[in-house]
Design a protein around this ligand. Structure first.
Ligand code: C2E
Ligand code: MG
Ligand code: MG
Length: 710
């Protein structure tokens, strides 16, 4: 045992005792007692004032303080309080006072013991030194543990910091109001984004971030219930428009008292994975060679088209197109050229379709087309024919021309099936039939549809030929003043003199003319023919009455209609006052805003405009008053029934009344009997037209009803 290693049996060895005492004699007594009790191994430090004592305590280690309450710079308990604040070692108050209650007061202020100055014996001091010794050991032990704990804390903080720095994830805490603090700010710099902007600084609800899985409402419920959450996916759109996908997990945090203090969690950037998934999804839905949708996506689009058609009460169609002799191209020119051809075919197919339709590649040389919306299921035939026609032009294969044909199978909803699977099967079967029959052709799944399609196509071919061969003529029906029964005008009605079918009525071919676009050529012909006829009659010296021609909806939508008509009138030297235009109420109301523009243009060209078949088109009355119209023609179904059905009679009366109020002329169509005439006259209808006054007849025949001039 060395002298530097104090033994507990020798109280006070190595201890440092501070004696705060201004009285030198008292200090000596205390000093001597300490020296005796510690057998010279203890050190005594002396202070005469509190200031001095505090300086020593700040710079030296002290294990025990003997303190006199009254020193020059401090008195009473204040002395004890000030020293107490500067050390943790035991403080012994040594006092000459003997006031009752002093002991309690001093003990309350943190003194360990109160000694009377007269009782400062070595024995007492030895006991106190032993106490200080014990206290010192505890202190040293505590300090050691604290140091270790502090070191441990420092190390774990450093570990946390370096891990959060290295991690590609964001660590965060949220307070009870769920506002964020980011614990890994270094990551922001590396990821090129401010976490506060990307994850939001306030809560989970902010503009830039939307949930990628689940809904905010669900997530909010989790947060409100203070439950942990795992892998909550979010999308954040950066300022440059790129998207960042995050996956966040968090758990609630509670303090020692069990109070909820917020969430702690981590968010991972999963953009790379998400992009890869999207890419895979793209691969799963698109064909690699042509970039067109593959069979999977086709099926999806067809399902969608069917659902939509069902809702709207319309048709939808699917075509299967198989290239004829594609194998030959592959065998003679190689697969690269074959692939090139497939791309070109895909492009050509797309060019035949509308934007909402889908062109897909479903096999080697097989393509499929979804026609999203069909007015009539048989109209799918028109699309099939359009595709076959588009294949008439050669394909350019690296400078070489190749002629390719296709065989097409057609299936239509709802006729051939009510779901994607059955429609695709039907189209497939139909395609094989097309191949067997002659190639470069199309075939419907059902015989009935085939027959209808065939006659429709035949009609189109015949109509085209009718234009070329001049098979159209005009018949004229007189329009009379109902009061005098005098002819005051005529309506020109189109007739088709078909080589085999004889006279074909307009309602059988006008829709086909509209569908094929031939209506423009034929419509122009009608106006020109009427003008020609008028000028012929004028040259023959007849007193001509105005002629009304009918315009179809498609013609009416033509932007340059007024110019076309104006030119035709000028060419034949006819005054615009001699030409009237009839537009059905339904085509007028299809796009009322555009109709206003078009009508004004026609009106400026000096033409009179009648609304045909009035009463059938659900006119918006507010529009009607704003349209520059001259005449309403009451539809013949109402006129015909006016004398037998009260409802029709009411409609006829109402239209007459309204026309008068709006200052329009009113013409009753389809007058067939004397009773009709009487009814109309009685209710003030000014003009009429119908079999009763004359059927539509050829130009030569109607001329006999005109008077000579002069
Ligand atoms: P619309 O313009 O309402 O023509 C009147 C139709 O009623 C004519 O039929 C006419 O023959 C018929 N009609 C006239 N009086 C009577 C009658 O007393 N009783 C009965 N039952 N019918 C009568 P049409 O010639 O068959 O024409 C039918 C429709 O075809 C026309 O109806 C018109 O919408 C359209 N149309 C005729 N020619 C042309 C044309 O050149 N271009 C266009 N876009 N459409 C035309
Ligand atoms: Mg008409
Ligand atoms: Mg009519």
């Amino acid at each position: 045992m060395s002298s530097t290693e104090p033994h507990p049996a020798e109280p006070g060895s190595g201890l440092r005792v501070l004696v705060l005492e201004d009285n030198a004699a008292d200090a000596m007594v205390a000093q001597a007692a300490v020296a005796r009790a510690g057998r010279g191994t203890s050190t005594v430090l002396r202070a005469e004032t509190v200031v001095e004592a505090l300086r020593i305590l700040a710079s030296d280690t002290v294990h025990l303080v003997l303190l006199d309450l009254n020193v020059p710079d401090s008195r009473g308990m204040a002395t004890l309080r000030r020293v107490r604040g500067a050390t943790r070692c035991p403080i012994i108050v040594v006092t000459a006072e003997d006031r009752p209650g002093l002991d309690e007061e001093a003990l309350d202020e943190g003194a360990f013991e109160i000694l009377h100055k007269g009782k400062l014996g070595a024995e007492t001091i030895a006991r106190l030194l032993r106490l200080a010794e014990g206290q010192r050991r505890t202190q040293e032990l505590l300090e050691g543990t604290e140091r270790v704990a502090r070191e441990e804390l420092r190390r774990s903080e450093a570990r946390f910091r370096s891990l959060t720095e290295l991690s590609s994830d964001w660590f965060w805490e949220q307070d009870a109001a769920l506002c964020f603090t980011y614990l890994s700010p270094g990551f922001a710099a590396r990821s090129g984004g401010d976490p506060a902007r990307i994850l939001g600084s306030k809560r989970w609800e902010f503009e830039e971030v939307v949930p990628a899985s689940g809904a905010w409402a669900d997530h909010r419920a989790v947060l409100e219930a203070r439950q942990p959450f795992r892998d909550f996916e979010q999308i954040s759109t950066r300022a440059d428009g790129t998207r960042l996908y995050l996956s966040s997990s968090g758990e609630p945090v509670y303090d020692a008292a069990g109070e909820f203090t917020g969430y702690r969690g981590v968010s991972s950037n999963i953009t790379v994975r998400k992009n890869a998934e999207e890419k895979l999804a793209q691969l799963a839905q698109f064909d690699a060679v042509t970039g067109l949708p593959n069979r999977n996506l086709l099926q999806e689009r067809l399902d969608h088209a069917i659902a939509q058609a069902q809702r709207r009460g319309r048709g939808a169609g699917v075509l299967f197109a198989d290239l004829d002799r594609f194998k030959l191209v592959n065998d003679t020119h190689g697969h690269d050229v074959g692939d090139e051809l497939l791309v070109l075919v895909g492009k050509r197919l797309k060019a035949c379709m509308r934007r909402d339709d889908t062109v897909a590649r479903v096999g080697g040389d097989e393509f499929a087309v979804v026609i999203a919306d069909l007015a009539r299921p048989d109209d799918a035939a028109l699309v099939a024919q359009k595709i076959l026609d588009s294949f008439a032009a050669p394909f350019d294969l690296g400078g070489k021309e190749a002629f390719i044909t296709a065989s097409i199978g057609v299936a239509a909803f709802p006729n051939d099936g009510a779901d994607a699977d059955s429609l695709l099967k039907c189209a497939d079967v139909a395609m094989y039939r097309a191949k067997e029959s002659s190639r470069n052709t199309f075939c419907f799944y059902t015989a009935e549809m085939n027959a209808r399609a065939a006659s429709k196509l035949q009609l189109n071919t015949d109509l085209r030929r009718a234009v070329e061969r001049g098979e159209f003529t005009l018949h004229y029906q007189p329009k009379v003043n109902l009061a005098t029964e005098e002819m005051i005008g005529m309506e020109a009605l189109l007739r088709w003199q078909h080589a085999e079918r004889g006279m074909v009525p307009p309602l059988e071919f006008i829709p086909a003319l509209e569908d094929s676009g031939l209506i423009h050529a034929v419509g122009d012909w009608v106006v020109a023919a009427a003008c020609r006829q008028l000028s012929e009659w004028q040259r023959a010296g007849l007193q001509v009455a105005p002629v009304a021609v009918n315009l179809s909806a498609k013609q009416f939508r033509r932007r340059d209609l007024d110019q076309v008509i104006h030119r035709l009138l000028a060419e034949h030297g006819i005054s615009p006052a001699l030409l009237e235009l009839e537009i059905t109420e339904s085509s007028l109301m299809a796009d009322p805003k555009d109709a206003i523009r078009q009508l004004h243009a026609l009106r400026e060209a000096g033409l009179r405009i009648s609304v045909d078949d009035f009463g059938t088109g659900y006119s918006s009355l507010s529009y009607l008053t704003r349209l520059p119209l001259s005449t309403l023609k009451i539809d013949r179904v109402f006129v015909n029934a006016a004398t037998t059905e009260p409802a029709s009679a009411a409609i006829v009366k109402m239209v007459i009344d309204m026309a008068q109020r709006l200052n329009f002329d009113v013409v009753a169509e389809g007058i067939e009997t004397e009773q009709h005439v009487a009814f109309l006259r009685q209710h003030g209808c000014g003009q009429g037209q119908g079999y009763h006054f004359g059927r539509p007849i050829p130009a030569e025949a109607i001329a006999s009803r005109m008077l000579r001039r002069g």
